[in-house]
Design a protein around this ligand. Sequence first.
Ligand code: D9Q
Length: 115
Amino acid sequence: CAKKVKLAKDDTNDLATCRVLLAELEGHQDAWPFLSPVNHKAVPGYRKVIKKPMDFSTIREKLANNRYLNLETFIIDVNLVFDNCEKFNEDNSEIGRAGHNMRRFFDKRWTELLR
Ligand SMILES: Cn1cc(C(=O)NCCN2CCCC2)ccc1=O
């Protein structure tokens, strides 16, 4: 076919990349606070403080229902999980540390897969 504009990013494999990245996040030993939506009835203050809750099961649902436009909108949701965690939890807490570990792991993996 006609020569494509070089500047366009090749997004052919983005969906597969999102599935791989999500599976690795879910399989991480520090994923336990993020596997399901935070139960705001059991966690006082959460609903008021965190305006846009997000978790790995919700991301999986959105991926399965083709709700992500591209890799970037997927990465925005993953980072929302970690940003919510930093907002609500002390750095020096079980869940706070898990969030920092998971963000570090994610940043390393997606740059490896895409650079
Ligand atoms: C991300 N995040 C999670 C929680 C939480 O309590 N998650 C439940 C974790 N449990 C593990 C086994 C059953 C449920 C609280 C604050 C927060 O920011």
